[in-house]
Design a protein around this ligand. Sequence first.
Ligand code: 2BA
Length: 108
Amino acid sequence: MKLVVAIVQDADVNSVVNEMTENKFRLTKLSSSGGFLKAGNTTLLIGVDDDELKNCLDIIENNCKQREITTSLLTVTMPGDAFIPYPLEVKVGGATVFVLDVEQFVRI
Ligand code: 2BA
């Protein structure tokens, strides 16, 4: 068995979760936020049998889009200690996915 930890953009969550549940995957949704943009995203924990892993990853890939976000994260120092926001384009997604081996799975 594997544990898939998938960090997805909030805009893609509903379509991923709907297709997962239609295909009988069980999952847990966690609200999270990225360290770089400090914006909200969603982390999905999905326990899957080994032979279902590819199907699970395909659903994530098919529903998560790459987007270009403009952020004013950077500031430029101006004379007199003034800061002005400097727009920065960042490509986010499709999804960031970790696949871990599960040592033991118990439902009690
Ligand atoms: P954030 O950390 O907010 O990152 C958003 C996007 O900013 C990233 O998109 C990437 O394009 C860019 N970025 C991140 N760190 C950067 C840096 N140090 N310098 C320049 N650009 C940077 P994604 O790679 O698609 O990541 C989306 C979200 O997935 C991340 O949000 C974070 O929540 C998570 N993530 C990505 N890589 C991770 C990792 N190795 N471990 C844990 N979480 C990760």
